[in-house]
Each structure stands twice: as structure tokens, then as C-alpha cells.
Design a binder for this molecule. Structure first.
Ligand SMILES: [Zn+2]
Length: 370
């Protein structure tokens, strides 16, 4: 979620005279996202999330390990050691790179069943909500979300670590797979898996692209806050809207807007929570930009011919008759710095230009865990 993703969502949702909730937070900063990778100067989500979670720059693909492959403690692990609760919420697989870097240590982000095992047996987040059921069940056990669904026939259970849902229940987690079960649960340890893989279908516009999560991100966030805030020592929660990145990879700006709105509603939930829990620090950040996105006036004589870049739109500026188009210069990540906004105790330290690892340091400081 680079600067243009936030502006795109703002223009299409609020227009020129208002702010998204995420942009109403009191402090703003800018984040450099460089990995420490021998081959690539542009980060992936694994290195980007490890920087936020553990305060080290590392190689692309690394989950909770430094550039030499050594495990490095994460914010939720430090929180847990101090008696606090922790949670992971995402619309991706709960074992995908971004949440994984907050709760596991593996040299390669592909090891998603091992990541799930580490959640249960080592890092022990109190709340785990998102997609990725296929990584928790062995082949032949389809679970609540059937193998080979029509929306994506390639999906099937693939755990190489046995039945990890059964293991979670043995260890005291309440496992839920529907919106109603999630709402009804009163458990203090909660595992919710609401899709085989991502909680949406990331495709180009009109090619089967779907964003309609079984449980909306803001509802998962609300539930997680309700569970975690019962811990009087405090908590650390990471919430990810994965669709912004995935749909940017597909140059699908319409769905970037929709997923940006979903994130903003989750930020609104967090902000309402903070209003009644004044010790709460909220940080809205991104691990990297995707797509090399630019916002432009509509121009039929644009430069995009010849496969140089991809035009998308036009879109309407909310509340006006003005139209704009967007231009995608890549289907991959870029080294663009990302915007950060924050509010609450310690937020002022984030109001500057900084490395992603320094965001970690500021959060650690704010949680008094240094
Ligand atoms: Zn990506």
C-alpha cells in the first residue's frame, strides 16, 4: 500500500474534501522498505514483515530469521513473554508471509504448515483469524471448505504436518469456520479459518476476481480486540488486508479501492476501541508498494500504448463528476517508500522518515518492552 493506493482509495471513497479514517490518525511518517537481500533491492512481504516484527533487515523469503538465517524474536513473542496476549488477523492465509513473520521462524516462506505448527506449539498467539485452511489439513481431509471448488479448482488440503486443526483443539483453541461460529465463540483462545487459501480470488478485472470475505476484516478485527482486551497486561495485534497487494499484482484498481475501503473500516474499529482504551497505540503501515501505481487525468493520448504500462479506469472522484485514471507500471513490488500513520502512546516517534526496522523499535518502546 504505497502513497497512490491510499490516494486512490481516498479519491474514490471520500473525494477531495475529506480523509479516510487511516489518514485521520494524528501522526504521519514515511517508511523505507529495503530488504537485506543478496540479489534483489526490492523487498517481498516476508522480509518486509520480518523488519516490522523483529527489527532486522533480512533476505526475501525469510520468516522471522535474520540475514544469516538465525531466529529473531518477534513483537508478539516479546509481548507474550511480558504476560500480554497476541493475535494475528488477515484476509490472506493465516500462515502467509506477513502474519507468519509475527509468529514463526523458518528460512523459507513456503513452509506454511510448519508455520502453523509453530503458532500452536511455540509462539502461541491467542487469536488466529483468516484464510488458509488447506495448510492445516492433510491431503484427503477437505475440512469445512471443500477441495477443488469451482472458484479455484487447484485448491486442496496439503498439510505436511498432519491435522493441525485437531492439534489446535487439543491445545485449547476454539476452532471456528463460519461467521456465525466466530460471533458465538466466547473462547479466550480462538482459531478461525474462513477459506482454503486467501479469503478472496485475486484475478484481473472481469476474470473471476472476487472480494467478498466470509467474515469481513473489520468484524475479525472487532472479535480479536474483544478477546485480546480481556488480558489485563495488554496485547499486541497485527491486522492485514492482503487484497491491496494481491489485486495490485493483477493491476486491478477497482478491487484495490474495495480492499482499501475494507482496511479503512478495520482501522475505524481499532480507532473506536482506542477511544475507550486510551493506552492503545494504532499504527497503519505497509510492507511495500505494489504495481508502481500512478493517478492521472483521463487522457486518450496517454503514453500507455506499446505495453509500456497498463491504464486502468476511469474512476470517479467521490462527490464530483471528475474522473481520473490510474497507470500501473509493474505487476510486482516497487521500492517506493510507504506512508505510515499512527496515534496513541509512542506514536509521535513514528512521525519521521525511517527504516521499517525503526518502526519495530518504536513499537517495542511504546510497549515498554525494550
Ligand atoms: Zn506482493
Amino acid at each position: 500500500m504505497g502513497p497512490s493506493h491510499r490516494e486512490l482509495t481516498r479519491l474514490a471513497t471520500i473525494g477531495q474534501d475529506g480523509e479516510l479514517v487511516m489518514d485521520q490518525l494524528r501522526y504521519a511518517g514515511v517508511v523505507h522498505t529495503d530488504p537485506d537481500d543478496p540479489d534483489e533491492p526490492v523487498t517481498d512481504s516476508a522480509a518486509g514483515a520480518t523488519a516490522y516484527a523483529s527489527g532486522v533487515r533480512t533476505y526475501n523469503g525469510a520468516i522471522g530469521v535474520d540475514a544469516q538465517g538465525r531466529p529473531v524474536p518477534t513483537l508478539p513473542e516479546r509481548a507474550r513473554a511480558a504476560g500480554k496476549a497476541s493475535g494475528l488477523v488477515t484476509t490472506a492465509q493465516v500462515t502467509d508471509a506477513s502474519p507468519a513473520a509475527f509468529g514463526a521462524h523458518v528460512p523459507d516462506r513456503g513452509a506454511q504448515s510448519e508455520i502453523a505448527r509453530q503458532y500452536l506449539e511455540e509462539s502461541k498467539p491467542d487469536v488466529i483469524l483468516g484464510g488458509g485452511e488447506d495448510r492445516w489439513l492433510p491431503p484427503g481431509n477437505p475440512g469445512a471448505y471443500p477441495d477443488h471448488p469451482p472458484t479455484d479448482p487447484t485448491e486442496q488440503s496439503s498439510s505436511g504436518r498432519g491435522d493441525l486443526i485437531a492439534r489446535a483443539e487439543q491445545l485449547g483453541y476454539d476452532y471456528v469456520s463460519t461467521r456465525a461460529e466466530l460471533q458465538a465463540s466466547g473462547a479466550r483462545k480462538l482459531l478461525g479459518l474462513f477459506a482454503n487459501e486467501e479469503m478472496f480470488e485475486q484475478r484481473a478485472e472481469g476474470q473471476g476476481d472476487i472480494y467478498a470475505p466470509v467474515v469481513p476484516l473489520d468484524e475479525m478485527t472487532q472479535k480479536a480486540l474483544g478477546v485480546l482486551s480481556q488480558d489485563r497486561d495488554g496485547f499486541f495485534l497485527v491486522v492485514e488486508e492482503e487484497g491491496i497487494d494481491e489485486f495490485a499484482h493483477r493491476n486491478n484498481a477497482g478491487k484495490v479501492i474495495q480492499t482499501g475501503q475494507a482496511l479503512d473500516r478495520a482501522v475505524d474499529v481499532a480507532r473506536r476501541f482506542a477511544a475507550t482504551h486510551p493506552g492503545t497505540l494504532i499504527v497503519v503501515a505497509a510492507d511495500h508498494e505494489t504495481g508502481g501505481l500512478a493517478i492521472e487525468n483521463v487522457d486518450a493520448a496517454d503514453e500507455s500504448g506499446g505495453g509500456v504500462s497498463a491504464e486502468d479506469g476511469p474512476f470517479t472522484v467521490a462527490g464530483t463528476s471528475l474522473q481520473f485514471s490510474v497507470d500501473w507500471t509493474s505487476g510486482n513490488h516497487s521500492a517506493e517508500s510507504t506512508p505510515l500513520t499512527a496515534e496513541g502512546p509512542g506514536a509521535r516517534a513514528l512521525a519521521r522518515v525511517q527504516k521499517n526496522t525503526e518502526v519495530h523499535d518504536a513499537i517495542l518502546e511504546a510497549m515498554r518492552l525494550r
